[in-house]
Design a protein around this ligand. Structure first.
Ligand code: MG
Length: 281
């Protein structure tokens, strides 16, 4: 099932995406559905109302107000770890443990909304297409063998990054947490529809030019390992979103470096999920 949050009569509403339309389910939020789990999904699948037209601009982030920060991995693709090191004149080290950081909840942005640009804040806004994993139930010390049963579904995340802030402040949080710096969506595809999340083409285009092109199978730490390590001694909650890292082809590591400018259009696309498209400025 494809579950979205969208503006229906100007009010955020859950919707089931079907046949190029969307069936509104007012009065229920995505977090409600995730918390209720299988029962809620079974109930939703029985709804037979006709869809209304899907207006892309009416789609919001699938979880518009997450309870906790977006949890992220850095350097989870070998080629991206290499290009990052090279761009910074460092020796490439492939991580032996996942590099975790978070993006604040103020970053959450719609799949077709604008990416804010303020040259007084940052002039090095960069793109990072990523597979987002939505956690479906609370868990701690989750073993890899059980980890996939904790996944509610998948979405697309653009981990928009202000490189000047990211590097100047010596820690990822600030450079990753500008308002609107986490476009997500266009919906959540439930886990049952993607039996192998490590076999999906992942791409990013800027103004129609392909900048990133890889496959989620190239992740260094796969989803079961990520969930095992992240949940060790740290409770994961239903509705948590984990951005699993970006492949190579980001702007700051290119020669010469490239950054987003007002008017640019960034598209992040993942096979079997869809595409998010955000204009800068
Ligand atoms: Mg990232």
């Amino acid at each position: 099932m494809r579950l979205a949050t969208f503006l229906y009569h100007n009010t955020p509403s859950l919707g089931i995406v079907r046949d190029n339309g969307i069936v509104p389910v007012p009065g229920l939020s995505m977090l409600d559905v995730i918390a209720a789990g299988e029962t809620a999904l079974a109930d939703l699948s029985k709804i037979e109302r006709s869809p209304v037209p899907l207006v892309p601009e009416h789609l919001l982030a699938p979880i518009p107000e997450p309870r906790r920060n977006i949890m992220c991995l850095g350097l989870n693709y070998v080629e991206h770890a290499k290009e990052s090191a090279q761009a910074r004149g460092r020796e490439a080290k492939i991580p032996t443990h996942p590099l975790f950081f978070t993006k604040a909840t103020n970053t959450v942005n719609g799949p077709y909304a604008s990416i804010l640009f303020d040259a007084a804040v940052s002039t090095q806004i960069d793109w990072e297409a990523e597979l987002g994993v939505v956690i479906g139930q609370r868990g701690k010390n989750i073993p890899q063998t059980e980890a996939m049963s904790y996944v509610f579904g998948y979405t697309i995340v653009n981990d928009v990054s202000a490189r000047d802030l990211q590097f100047n402040h010596g820690q990822f949080f600030k450079g990753k947490s500008l308002d609107g710096a986490c476009p997500m969506g266009p919906w959540i595809v439930t886990a049952d529809e993607i039996p192998d999340p490590h076999a999906l083409a992942i791409r990013c285009r800027v103004n129609g030019v392909t900048k990133q092109e890889a496959n989620t199978g190239m992740m260094i730490f796969k989803i079961p390992a990520i969930i095992e390590m992240l949940s060790r001694g740290m409770t994961l909650e239903a509705g948590d979103v984990i951005a699993t890292g970006t492949p190579s082809g980001v702007g700051f590591a290119r020669t010469p470096p490239e950054f987003l400018q007002p008017g640019d259009v960034v598209e992040c696309e993942i096979e079997e999920i869809g595409v998010i498209r955000n204009r800068v400025g």
